[in-house]
Design a protein around this ligand. Structure first.
Ligand SMILES: Nc1ncnc2c1ncn2[C@@H]1O[C@H](COP(=O)(O)OP(=O)(O)OP(=O)(O)O)[C@@H](O)[C@H]1O
Length: 359
């Protein structure tokens, strides 16, 4: 990154956050109709970290990001970007910052992939020849090398999305905001993009803020998650700690012996989250802590239910999100899961014995 740094920023980058906001508020409109889009938000993000910004529609995420980017002027509060007060002069603060908002960027569709990278490096203030190696590396990592000389308009949607990301990174930005970066990508494309985001943070100390409704992407890629609701931050923690804070494990079983009558009986005694008597074999999921799990297996044993399969399902980021905001993430904008795993939970262990019994 040193070769692409363009200004005389803070001499001790390790001690300076990538950005920080303090007491940030933004209202739209006035009087009784005023919308408090962001209210008294404070946040500081370390360099080289990947932060997920989550929240239901209208929570204030875009307003916060645009306030940090300087395209929305906050009513109150301060923003510091890469060691500089954003209010002191936009060029200095934003020289090494870039963004891909709403899942896309205005790439030039008549230009080739490589020409786009050179163009965006130039408008970012970098001589494109000086970052040619970087562009080669980006194209390689994003599996675009073979299409480097193809006009962007001839590419698939997923490839265009990857070109958007490459363009954002073409000038050597140290802080990037990515809104729905995997929108429209297939499973493989999404995986490639996530891998590249992680590599950029780990190897090049790029700081990445990812805003997405796709919880799986956020869970996979982010070190830390900030959850907003109604203009405020309602959670801000490492992904593991957020997951650990929700004590809502589920035991999911499958058995040919799960008759509708047995399921009805179990419903009276346990917190049945989900049941499907018509599945082959029928299935049952029960929310439980450790003690209730013993009671459940005793009840199943007493009812002569031989288990074909047992999974323990850990709480997912989606469960945490629903718990914190009371809202479901917008499934319509989420990409497909990588595998057959249920989105609503993270299967931890399949423990069905060969004989189907549980002792
Ligand atoms: N330019 C604007 N004029 C008036 N109201 C606005 C404007 N921009 C945002 N708002 C309002 O501010 C609130 C926060 O909007 P914002 O776009 O920041 O939320 P968001 O979390 O990004 O939502 P989404 O996930 O739907 O993109 C919403 O009630 C929105 O209607």
């Amino acid at each position: 990154m040193a070769s692409t740094t363009r200004d005389g920023r803070d001499p001790d980058p390790d001690a300076t956050p990538a950005f920080s906001v303090e007491g940030l508020s933004k209202r739209f409109g006035s009087g009784a109709d005023a919308v408090h889009a962001v209210e008294d938000v404070s946040l500081s993000v370390e360099r080289g970290s990947i932060v997920g910004l989550l929240g239901p529609n209208g929570a204030g995420k875009t307003t916060l990001i645009k306030s940090i980017l300087g395209t929305v002027i906050p009513d109150e509060g301060t923003v510091r970007v890469l060691g500089r007060d954003a209010a002191d002069g936009r060029r200095g603060a934003y020289a090494n910052v870039d963004a891909m908002l709403e899942g896309a960027r205005n790439d030039y569709w008549r230009l080739t992939v490589r020409e786009n990278l050179r163009y965006f490096a130039t408008i970012g203030g970098v001589a494109p020849d000086s970052v040619a190696d970087r562009h080669d590396r980006l194209l390689d990592r994003l599996e675009l090398t073979e299409r480097a000389d193809t006009p962007v308009r001839e590419l698939s949607r997923g490839m265009k999305q990857k070109v958007s990301l490459a363009s954002v990174l073409a000038g050597g930005a140290e802080l990037v905001f990515l809104d729905e970066p995997t929108l429209g990508l297939d499973v493989e494309g999404s995986r490639t993009l996530r891998r590249e985001i992680r590599r950029l943070a780990e190897e090049e100390e790029v700081t990445v803020v990812v805003s997405s409704h796709d919880m799986q992407v956020v869970e996979d890629v982010c070190d830390r998650v900030v959850v907003m609701s109604e203009g405020s931050i309602v959670a801000d923690d490492a992904v593991e700690r957020l997951l650990g804070a929700v004590d809502d494990y589920r035991v999911r079983i499958a058995s040919d012996d799960l008759s509708p009558a047995t399921i009805a009986d179990l419903r009276d005694r346990f917190a049945v989250a989900d049941a499907d008597a018509s599945a082959d074999p029928p299935t049952l999921a029960v929310s439980t802590d450790g003690d209730a799990a013993y009671d459940l297996f005793e009840a199943l044993h007493a009812a002569d239910v031989t288990l074909d399969r047992v999974d323990t399902v850990e709480p997912s980021l989606e469960d945490v999100f629903v718990r914190l905001t009371g809202a479901a993430p917008d499934a319509s904008s989420a990409s497909e899961p990588d595998d057959g795993a249920a989105r609503a939970g993270r299967p931890r262990a399949a423990t069905a014995g060969d004989d189907g019994g549980v002792q």
